[in-house]
Design a binder for this molecule. Structure first.
Ligand SMILES: Cc1cc2nc3c(=O)[nH]c(=O)nc-3n(C[C@H](O)[C@H](O)[C@H](O)COP(=O)(O)O)c2cc1C
Length: 329
């Protein structure tokens, strides 16, 4: 007690604040400290422990097996949804299967999704090989398929793919051919209002934002390329839409009576740096939503599970406190 009081005197001048975080009203009178961790959230008829999703990342490299095992263990322990990184290697050979075969770790009853790029889907459709995609999803015991739409990444990637037709057409074909739910996402650029409207009118399980403001794969491909440093920042890598902007586009379309919304959920991702940021966006969403992170999890998932566990536990605790003490104005 005496030590604590001494700390107060020593630290008081360091503990000065400036402007509060905006976005919420802080209402401290209406709840005790929460005893449950997280916020139970329904996604596709399954209960998550929190509106929190592990965004698609990796597989098929030496380090990927450990990262994916850690992520899957966190999904299982805290009841989170999870998307796999691109499963393209599995279409070509079964060598990397164990990197992606996470259902035995996650267990049944939690959302677990395979992932493929629009370029591969275009190829498999055109070559009448879509059955192999359905077989892969079934083999993984995944609940469905995430389709990533990444024209700028492919454009900037040395040797990247070129789409022969508009991604919207490919997505419509995928919806016809797939025998599982479909989620569509970007990979760090986000999408503008017309793309979002087109997706919202399709019977998708979810749209994952992959918004601008966090990891950006167009930029990442530029950093990988051999071009001289001064030409690395292609201005096209810098276009896009933040999660806030994308949410306001969705709000606009949901309020427009001429738009027939068929998409069920939003997965709000791209540049979500803290649970409070994610919680605010989820609360403001006009569709049932979860928030998601890629790099936020990756930063804690490359070593042993204990580090990731500590991180996820603090997200869950923070979310419970946020729900107890904060309200949208
Ligand atoms: C290492 C890494 C690998 C990724 N690989 C994929 C991928 O294979 N498929 C995909 O749809 N998105 C992929 N992404 C993009 C993320 O799912 C996410 O949309 C993007 O990173 C923005 O999230 P963040 O700002 O929280 O990192 C990857 C992201 C990271 C960091």
């Amino acid at each position: 007690m005496t030590d604590r009081k001494k700390d107060h005197l020593d630290l008081a001048f360091q503990a000065q604040t400036q402007q509060p975080l905006t976005g919420f009203n802080y209402e401290p009178l209406f709840s005790g400290h929460p005893t449950n961790n997280g916020i139970p959230t329904l996604f596709n008829g399954q209960w998550l422990g929190a509106p929190l999703w592990i965004s698609s990342m990796t597989g098929g490299t030496k380090e990927a097996a450990n990262i994916n095992r850690n992520l899957a263990q966190a999904a299982a322990e805290f009841k989170l949804g999870m998307g796999l990184g691109s499963c393209r290697p599995l279409l070509e050979s079964k060598q990397a299967w164990t990197d992606f075969d996470l259902r035995p770790i996650i267990g049944d009853g939690l959302p677990f999704f395979a992932n493929l790029g629009i370029a591969q889907l275009e190829d498999y459709i055109d070559n009448n090989r879509f059955a192999e995609v359905n077989d892969m999803v079934a083999g993984l015991k995944a609940d469905g398929l995430i389709v990533h739409v990444n024209p700028l990444q492919e454009y900037m990637q040395p040797g990247g793919d070129r789409f022969r037709r508009p991604p919207l057409e490919t997505i419509q074909q995928v919806l016809q051919l797939a025998n599982c739910p479909i989620i569509v996402k970007e990979v760090g650029q986000g999408m503008g209002p017309l793309s979002l409207k087109a997706l919202l009118e399709l019977p998708l399980l979810a749209i994952e934002f992959g918004a601008f403001g966090g990891t950006n794969f167009a930029l990442l491909e530029l950093l990988r390329s051999d071009t001289p440093t001064q030409s690395k920042i292609d201005p096209l890598a810098m276009v896009g839409h933040t999660a806030e902007q994308m949410l306001s586009f969705v709000q606009h379309w949901v309020q427009d009576a001429t738009v027939n919304i068929k998409t069920q959920h939003l997965i709000i991702s791209g540049g979500i740096k803290s649970y409070l940021h994610g919680y605010e966006l989820v609360q403001a969403s006009p569709l049932p939503a979860v928030y998601a992170m890629a790099s936020g999890f990756l930063a804690h998932a490359r070593g042993d599970y204990a580090a990731l566990r500590t991180f996820v536990q603090s997200e869950m605790n923070g979310l419970s406190m946020a729900r107890a003490m904060l309200q949208l104005p």
